[in-house]
Design a protein around this ligand. Structure first.
Ligand code: ATP
Ligand code: MN
Length: 457
């Protein structure tokens, strides 16, 4: 159907005086003696288009005036009587689809919890329209950042046979029926589709390293899957993962890139979604605009894990899990550091090797690895990264210490045999970033159909 985007009908002053066609859903309806007002949205802009109906000229089908109904309107573009932009004086209104009164999205604000129960309809609310516009702008900005800085976009496999990384968190991929008479695991997997145990990838990093040690600078941006057995506000079973991997990058380079990416993305969202961010600032997180502007223009904090533990130990009485050197930082500790101590995003570096992955570069102290997590207020960890171990013997030793099966990592080890280089990278959780820039507190509210334990609506 030939029609004009409402974003254009609202803003384009050259259209004033012209007759145009718009389509959309009715957001509000107001009636007075002589005129009625419809507010229409077609999703193309946050602002709605006001349609003015002169009752002496036009008697629309009453179904057209109901909340949620979809309509076609032909009318003359005029300057808005009140406020910014244009409005439309209706000449013709036709019903596209009626919307009965049991439509669950009513005008009064409902709870996010209620809306989680209707994921297929919640996008019609202001909040979710704003979230998904920001999400789209942020995704485009990610590609732009890397493209403009000379990175190649690589697609790594989602189905993988590598078993160790995230063993307990891996979803299995199988075509085997549940009823089998196999005696051993090997026998069972031999009959399976791939002939070996396969699963959904928890990260594209290992394959990303393959690409980076040939193409130099690469990134992936795709889904990762983790059978996280906990119900938190920041974990999903299926999330989108941004993973740059950079040859010749050492830990300080990794930190610099991560900080510059986050700042670029924040600026992109502030510039391209001003109305949405203003909405979040008013209704979701007071002070959001100030927070983002400040973060985009000042340095992030940096401290070592050892320093962080010293700070945290003093507060141990307030924590559910007291901290000591060697313990993994829990969400409560991450939040304390970034919210109370640094009051801004902070990179924590050089974690004990025992609590981090086998592939991280071992530091000279023999105790820590060149890893970094970026923590932000409100969420905690948003990025996890490291310099990778480039030394063949050290990597083999770390894998043996973890009892890993060397055979399945032959390709990965080859990268250290043939022209090994220092390199590093990180993983940014895309949904966590969207939470951060919108102020939304639950990861389920920045994802179209969130998947988590016992939840696959
Ligand atoms: P956490 O400690 O929060 O569980 P992690 O250390 O397991 O995260 P990494 O393996 O370092 O996470 O993954 C890199 C990034 O991916 C994280 O910093 C986070 O932003 C994101 N991420 C990891 N797991 C999830 C998940 N289950 N749901 C959403 N995002 C996730
Ligand atoms: Mn991590």
């Amino acid at each position: 159907m030939k029609h004009l985007d409402i974003s254009k009908a609202l803003k384009d002053t050259t259209l004033i005086g012209e007759t145009v066609v718009v389509c959309g859903w009715v957001r509000t309806f107001r009636d007075s003696a002589a005129v009625s007002f419809l507010e229409l949205t077609d999703g193309t802009s946050f602002q709605k288009l006001q349609v003015v109906i002169d009752k002496s000229v036009l008697k629309p089908d009453p179904e057209c005036l109901k909340l949620g109904a979809s309509v076609f309107v032909k009318g003359e573009v005029v300057k808005a009587y009140k406020g910014e932009g244009n409005e439309l004086n209706a000449k013709e209104i036709a019903l596209l689809g009626n919307c009965p009164a049991e439509y669950p999205i009513q005008k009064k604000r409902t709870t996010l919890d209620f809306l989680r129960g209707i994921p297929h309809l919640r996008l019609r609310t202001n909040t979710f329209q704003a979230v998904f516009r920001v999400r789209s702008v942020a995704a485009q900005a990610i590609h732009r950042y890397f493209h403009d800085n000379g990175y190649y976009y690589i697609n790594t496999p989602l189905i993988t046979a590598s078993d160790c990384e995230g063993a307990g968190e891996m979803f299995r991929v199988t075509t085997q029926p549940w009823q089998t008479g196999y005696k051993t695991e090997e026998e069972y997997y031999k009959e399976d589709f791939f002939g070996v145990k396969a699963g959904l990838s928890v990260s594209g990093q290992l394959e990303g390293e393959v690409a980076a040690t040939a193409l130099g600078k690469i990134y992936t941006f795709g889904p990762s899957f983790r059978a996280e057995n906990s119900n938190t506000k920041r974990h999903l079973a299926e999330f989108w993962h941004v993973e740059p991997e950079i040859a010749f990058a050492e830990l300080p380079d990794v930190i610099e890139i991560a900080e510059s990416l986050l700042k670029y993305l924040i600026n992109a969202v502030l510039t391209e979604c001003p109305e949405e961010i203003k909405f979040f600032d008013s209704f979701v997180e007071k002070g959001l605009i100030d927070k983002l502007t400040h973060v985009a223009t000042s340095d992030f904090g940096v401290c070592t894990y050892t320093e962080a533990v010293k700070i945290l130990e003093k507060e141990n009485e307030h924590f559910q899990f007291p901290v000591h050197w060697g313990s993994d930082l829990q969400s409560e500790h991450e939040k304390y550091l970034t919210e109370q101590v640094f009051k801004r995003p902070v990179f924590v570096t050089d974690y004990p090797k025992e609590i981090k992955s086998f592939y991280m570069k071992q530091n000279a102290d023999g105790k820590t690895v060149a890893a970094t997590d970026c923590l932000v207020p409100g969420i905690g960890e948003i990025i996890g990264g490291s310099e990778r171990e480039a030394n063949f013997d050290k990597l083999v030793a770390a894998m043996k210490a973890r009892g890993m099966d060397m055979d399945s990592y032959k390709q990965y080890l080859d990268l250290r045999l043939f022209g090994s280089v220092p390199h590093g990278g990180f993983g940014l959780g895309f949904e966590r970033f969207v939470m951060y820039v919108t102020g939304m507190e639950n990861i389920r509210d920045v994802t179209l159909f969130p998947r988590s334990v016992k939840n696959i609506m």
